[in-house]
Design a protein around this ligand. Structure first.
Ligand code: M6R
Length: 366
């Protein structure tokens, strides 16, 4: 049932091209220049009249929410807040009838996320679910929703659920932008065409697996790791660090690259591998100067770069390439090598990749 792979996690990493495609199939109609999402169409007024969007989730799903914040604000100009469901529900949050709450959950069973939904409903907000498990508690509790079509995710470390959540949320943002008129036809078309090219580009990113495995061998005995990214790739840095923590038990932290000089830079020495997302589109020059600062402190650098990059190649100890893509869609590609890196390191350390200690696939208690 692992389809020839050693672990479910690896199988699920490799399923991403198909999972992403399954998620946009029937929704993304590039030729017609439109997006079909029944859950939005049937509730369009609620979305268009929203004063703001509140996104609630936990763990990896919260990271997908952070990516969504960038894309929703960028495309729709609706203010977005992203909250840990556990913090949101207990802090007497301000919620009004003009709020739209989007709950993201792979399992659809996460206790804190479910409780946040109930709270928002009580206050009159419109609640939309992005779940993977059909008929799950969250799918039933929300007013409307859009499923990710990732298929069953067995590995405790979430992989394909994350990239398909980003896919659904991107489609939602595009759909709303189109309805609001905050994006023009040409921009929308460009997005749709680039989105359709994603599965092939994810496949291409997976071709670097052997290289990632070699790099993993160099860093498998580290006790700490720092992940840095900016903009759309800041949440990817958080997600990369979470993956490493949960399956390899190496302490890792994700940071926005610019925050480095506000503290974490004090940690950097030759013992601290730093993984930097440095794709060409998205604050590239600034990330390059962050890399120079790290290098001058003797840390070893693994950089995720755009194919053909020459600048970072000369600075970093290792580079892993991903295909060129528009900035807003980079998380769908830059995530791939980080998933593979944590996978290989965990395997090399003899960890139980699919069922890491102390963790459960769905957290049904708070
Ligand atoms: O099923 P959910 O998406 O609601 O789960 C949320 C988190 O428990 C989950 O993403 C967790 O952080 C994963 N183990 C991360 O890989």
């Amino acid at each position: 049932e692992k389809g020839g792979y050693d672990h479910f996690m690896l199988k699920e990493i490799y399923e991403q091209p198909k999972a992403i495609q399954d998620t946009y199939r029937g929704r993304l109609l590039a030729d017609e220049g439109l997006i079909k999402m029944a859950g939005i169409d049937q509730n369009l007024e609620r979305f268009l009249n929203a004063d703001r969007i509140i996104i609630v989730a936990c763990g990896t799903s919260w990271h997908a929410g952070l990516v969504a914040e960038y894309i929703f604000e960028d495309l729709t100009r609706i203010p977005v807040e992203v909250e840990y469901a556990s913090e949101f529900r207990y802090r007497n949050p301000v919620i009004t009838e003009k709020d739209v709450l989007i709950a993201i959950s792979q399992s659809g069973e996460t206790a804190d996320t479910l409780a946040a939904i109930k709270l928002a409903k009580e206050k009159g907000a419109f609640v939309f679910g992005v779940c993977n498990v059909v008929g799950s508690s969250i799918a039933r509790e929300t007013h409307a929703g859009a499923y990710t079509h990732a298929g069953p995710e067995i590995g405790v470390a979430s992989t394909k659920a994350f990239t398909t959540q980003i896919t659904v949320l991107t489609l939602m943002a595009l759909k709303l932008a189109q309805e609001k008129g905050t994006i023009n036809k040409t921009q929308l078309h460009e997005f749709l065409v680039e989105m359709e090219a994603i599965p092939k580009k994810v496949e291409k990113s997976l071709e670097y697996n052997a290289l990632v495995e070699q790099i993993s061998d160099v860093y498998k005995d580290s006790s700490n790791c720092l992940y840095l990214g900016r903009g759309y790739n800041f949440p990817v840095a958080l997600e990369g660090a979470l993956k490493l923590k949960e399956i390899s038990y190496i302490h890792a932290e994700g940071y926005p690259a610019a925050e480095m000089k506000h503290g974490p830079i004090a940690l950097i020495d030759e013992q601290m591998p730093v993984i930097v997302i440095a794709t060409r589109k998205g604050h590239y020059e600034k990330v390059v100067s962050n890399i120079q600062e790290i290098k001058s402190r003797k840390a070893r650098i693994i950089a995720i770069v755009t194919e053909g990059d020459e600048v970072v190649k000369n600075l970093a100890d290792h580079v892993i390439e991903v295909p060129e893509v528009m900035e807003a869609l980079t998380p769908l590609l830059t995530t791939i090598p980080l998933q593979l890196l944590s996978y290989h390191i965990a395997v090399m350390r003899g960890c139980n990749v699919d069922q890491p200690r102390n963790l459960a696939k769905s957290v049904t208690v708070e």
